[in-house]
Design a protein around this ligand. Structure first.
Ligand code: FIX
Ligand code: ZN
Length: 416
């Protein structure tokens, strides 16, 4: 069947293409297995994922405070999440269902409701073999990491040059320079790049050298930062740092700068990394950045559902902007569906539908399984409408569209 003859054949071809296309997962928080405890995997890590920790406190008894929870051993924390979110009530949320999908896909008896045999199975695994196994189940060909050179722990691993893992590609994260210059300056100074508490000419020169050296060490696929909803450009505090350190590095190394916009950090600090929230951003700041630096490529995602439409419009105006992913609080089937549908309507297949944001290797399994299910519906509908309008796509066209949304468009954008 090179060219589906009717809507039923078309529907089957789209579903097959989405189910089988390899995914290039362009934003995760995974690490090389050789980077020790930085790479998280296993059932206790799955259950203590910050999405689930946040949900736990919506139902936990009053005496189970975040402060008490935080100091418990990981397995005790996992037990509490299991009890309150999986046993005491049906695990219907997206993050809970994700655990069920993942364990089930690994062939574990999640319906048996006992963690003991599941933990026993994981105890026989190791990171070196588990990571490829998870990627194989999820049909992920590679994932992009989040590499923070301002973290002394992480930097130490990179300096040991432990060898690359082919499944993972680096991304150079530069948040600290934009959101906490004094802390970034301290970390740079400690490693031989002197900088003071203000982003003056000498400090910016150090930042450029620091980024250039780290770009040399990591050989990243892009530079990245996550920004709050209040991010302004060209008026805000980070403007000088962007214009005189980060963007020049992107330009010099021919790398895109990926911006994730709209995370309101520390809304409830007691919850730690589960305590971040969302705010509506000024997408015009992104348009200003794309216009001012037309020779540099930008990748963007927004956290507020209400910003998604404006982001699509901006992407239609700037060839140097690539839209990607349904980030974090937008990574729910209902929002992925409406967002992906809208993006297809406004951008064709020139965007990346999703990234997993996996912090635990196992999560690539559910994040991609759930996304593929939604994407199959959205793409089947779009191709169906096109067919009805009179176009006759080949199977190859359909495969190319699916791959485009799952990493192909990103690679094309990086190449152009
Ligand atoms: O900034 C980011 O990369 C965010 O994705 C994370 O900080 C966030 O905690 C997360 O894991 C969202 O999925
Ligand atoms: Zn992330």
């Amino acid at each position: 069947m090179d060219r589906p003859a009717d809507l039923a054949q078309l529907n089957a071809a789209v579903r097959d293409a989405v189910a089988t296309a390899p995914v290039s997962d362009i934003h995760t928080h995974l690490f090389y297995p050789s980077h020790g405890g930085l790479l998280l995997w296993g059932v206790d890590e799955l259950l203590t994922y910050h999405y689930l920790a946040a949900e736990l406190f919506t139902v936990a008894p009053r005496d189970l405070t975040p402060e008490r929870f935080r100091v418990l051993p990981r397995s005790d924390r996992a037990d509490l999440v299991w009890k309150h979110l999986f046993l005491d009530r049906p695990p219907l949320s997206e993050a809970c269902r994700g655990v069920v999908t993942t364990l089930n896909a690994l062939g574990l008896d999640v319906a048996g409701r006992s963690l003991a045999p599941i933990r026993k199975w994981f105890a026989d695994q190791n990171a070196e073999t588990f990571l490829p196994k998870a990627f194989q189940i999820a049909k992920v060909d590679y994932a992009v990491m989040t590499n923070n050179p301002f973290s002394l722990e992480e930097a130490a691993f990179w300096k040991q040059n432990l060898g690359a893992c082919e499944l993972l590609k680096p991304a150079l994260r530069v948040d600290a320079l934009l959101t906490n210059w004094p802390a970034a300056a301290k970390a740079m100074t400690a490693t031989g790049y002197p900088a003071g508490v203000a982003a003056d000419a000498a400090g910016l020169e150090s930042a450029r050298k620091f980024l250039a050296d780290w770009a040399g060490i990591l050989k990243p696929v892009y530079l990245a930062a996550s920004l709050g909803p209040d991010w302004a450009y060209p008026a805000g505090a980070g403007t000088k740092v962007l214009d005189e350190a980060i963007v020049p590095t992107a330009r010099a190394f021919g790398l895109p700068l990926a911006l994730m916009i709209g995370a309101r950090r520390g809304v409830n600090p007691a919850l730690g990394e589960a305590g971040d929230g969302v705010g509506t951003a000024d997408v015009n700041a992104l348009a200003n950045l794309c216009r001012r630096h037309a020779d540099v490529k930008f990748i963007a995602t927004v956290l507020a559902r209400g910003n998604q439409h404006e982001l699509c419009v901006v992407a239609r105006k700037f060839a140097n902007l690539h839209v990607e992913g349904c980030w974090w609080f937008c990574n729910n089937p209902s929002i992925i569906e409406e967002t992906t549908r809208m993006r297809l309507e406004m951008l064709g297949t020139a965007f990346t539908a999703q990234h997993s944001d996996a912090r635990v290797a196992d999560q690539v399994i559910y994040k991609w399984s759930h996304t593929r299910a939604v994407l199959a519906d959205v793409l089947a509908r779009a191709f169906g409408d096109l067919f009805t309008a009179g176009w006759r796509p080949d199977v190859e066209d359909i495969r190319r569209a699916a791959r485009s949304l799952l990493g192909g468009a990103f690679e094309e954008f990086c190449r152009k």
